[in-house]
Every structure is written in C-alpha cells, then in structure tokens.
Write a protein that binds this ligand. Sequence first.
Ligand SMILES: [Zn+2]
Length: 448
Amino acid sequence: MSFQWNDCNGSFHPDSAVDFLPEEQLRALQLQRLRATVMRAYDNVELMQKRMDDIGIKPDDLRSLDDIRRLPFTQKIDLRDTYPYGLFAVPMSEVVRLHASSGTTGKPIVVGYTHADMETWKNVIVRSLAATGLHRGDILQNAYGYGLFTGGLGLHYGAEALGAAVIPISGGNSDRQIMIMRDFGVTAISCTPSYFIHLIEHGASMGVDLKKLPLRVGVFGAEPWSEEMRCYIQREANIQAFDIYGLSEIIGPGVGIECRCQNGIHIFEDHFLFEILDAETGEPVPDGEEGELVLTTLSKQAMPIIRYRTHDITRVIPTRCDCGRSIRRIARISRRSDDMLIIRGVNVFPSQIEAALLKVEQTLPHYQIIVRRDRDMDDMEIRIEVTADVFSDRVSEIEKIAARLSHAVESTTGIRAKISLVEPHTIQRSEGKAKRVLDLRKLDAPKH
Ligand SMILES: [Zn+2]
C-alpha cells in the first residue's frame, strides 16, 4: 500500500508516520500490544487478576481484537476504590510522574507514568500538534493549568519535542495572558474553550483585538463544546480551533485530536484501542451509531487500563479522512452520559441547549442553566448573555430575542425554559472548566 500524506499545507513530522499505517499493520500492532497489556495487568494488578479469574479468562485466550469483549470493564470507581496506587502494574521505583484529578467529592484519583509512558505521551502530543499544522518555529502559549491536572504538563513536553517554543503560562491572570500573547508574537494557544472565549473578551477590554495578532491555531479541550462554539471562536479570533481529546485515566490530553479537515477526532489507535458500546447493554453498536466510548491503553506501563467506561457519547466515522490518515475518527464528544439532566421526565443534555442558544443572533457564548424544583415540578431557567446593543433597543426587541431563544430550546429539547437575558460580563467566568449547570434540586430535596 502506498504511503499517503495529503494534509493540506501540513508540515511533516516523522512521528506522524504511524497515523498513516496500513490498516492491516495497525490491527496487527494493536493485537500484539493488547495481549501484552492484558498480560501485564493480569500479572501485576490484583483487581484485574481477580476479575479475570472470576469469569474464567486468561490473557492467552485473547486471539483476536474482538476477544476484547470478553474482558471486564474498568470504571472510575475502581480508581477510587484502589486509591492511591492499587491499579499500578510497576513498582514505585519505575514511576517518574504522578498526576491526580481534583475529584468533586472525597479523594482524587491518582495516575502514574513510567519513563516509557512519558515518551508515549510526548509522542501522541507531537502527533496531535502536527495534525493541527503546528511545527518548529511556532510559539505556543500553554494556558492549561500546570500542576496535578494533566492538561498543562501533558501538552508541554510534546510541544517542546515538536520544536515549538512553549510559554508555560498556566491558567489565570488574563491581563498577563493578553500582554504575552501580543508581545511574544504567540501563534498558538492551548486551554479550555470557555477560557479562550473569556480571553477574547478580556483582550477587547484592554484594546487588544485577537483577530489582529499572529495567533492562528487554538488547541482546546477538557470540556465538551459545540460546533457553534467553534464557529464563534474562529470568527471572533480569526484562528483555526481544534478539539483535542483525552482523559487522565487513559493518559491525559492526546488520546486523539482533529486534523486540519476539522471533521472528527482521530484516535491514536496504536496506543489506544477504542470501542463504541450501547451504554445500557455493553454490546457494540453498528458503525456510525452513537454509543459510549470505551478505551483500552495499549502501551501504558505504569497503569494499564482495560475497557475504561468514559461515559463520553460519540460515534465512529467509518470513512477515511481526506487528510489520508488511516487511524480512525470519532465524532466530537458533544455530551457525556452522566451530564444528562432529567427535567420533567425528559432527558436533556447541556450541549444540546448550548447549540440551540448560539444559533440565535446577538447571543454570547456565556450561559448558565439553572434547574429548580417547585412543588414537585421541575423548572429550568437559562441565563444567557446577549450583546450590549440588545439593551439599547426597545423592550419589544428584547422580548423578541427571548422568544426566539425560548423557541430554539423548546424545539431542540421539548422543554419550555424561562429565558433571562443578561448583559455582557454578568455570568461568572472560569479559568478552567466552565460551570454551566446549576442543579438546585438536590439541595432543595427534603432531608430525611
Ligand atoms: Zn484527518
């Protein structure tokens, strides 16, 4: 099979060659690595061995990639229950890095990396950034948080290995972010999409128009965001905005990324094996249908993870991408199964609401969904910022926009919501992941 490199204006990085591996070779590599991973987990992780023994399967029973379906799932709770090091497959003398997620309740989950794992991480970040068209000479402002969160340091070493000049600015201090972006001639930025939107506005308040800066690429992740949000970012900052996918339990950022075609996330399949399953039954869904993304690490040494239930809802895009990469794509994660709100018995996803809101003109991508319960009846209010000129218009204009928004939400979700239009900069900004949903029903519930 011939080698393909059709990436429009893309620069070549040698590490990206694996992205174009012929299908047959890729599957053979996956099987070989899967067998080694399962063996490592079985031999070194008590929980894995017990679970496999319970259902009577041995690592040697894996003869094809389809046999992965015989293996037990791993859930987030398994990481909590074995806190801190119970899923590690190597002695601590081999671990060179620890990260932890800031759990909302109780203890965090802990993940570890060997030297080889750090090399893998670097490799997938190099390939991620190369896929967006970044290369040696680019100046990357890494505004993901540095620290226990995997975002900042995760991106850092790969960006350096690519040959970009990395500014390890971390999150927060928006005045300084804008000053550095302008003065240092920054060409790329990485952070959450909601923080970047905040930076666009913050720049404007300082008299800095991001559209006029050399900035051309944004690498955004760590929270679900809609296509409408992407359009807004690309228009308001005159950049190309790419969705990077990852989670700490698997490696951190770099499980996959969009290429310059911006049509789905390529998963680095030589390191991560993915399945898309019916979230209820755990059975595979047909190609192209939505289901829960389940991931298995294929090269992780410190913490091999088998069949991790991500709760991210997506579908495989079965056709070959125009860029020529043979590694497959999944649709951008628009929602998580555990994000789902049940309002008056109807399933509603915040991302559906976001998409509906941003289709209406004069809205800004800052909103908050507030759910209350009043006399056993669920009540949804959406607060959304609109452009300042809306408030200078007549009251009837304001009412018209509110009506349009209400209609947009109702036709998408089937739920009638109270719409509150608020002035720009009213809703609290976040330096990391945005808090879009305030579900007050749990707080209101009577205590027994
Ligand atoms: Zn592609």
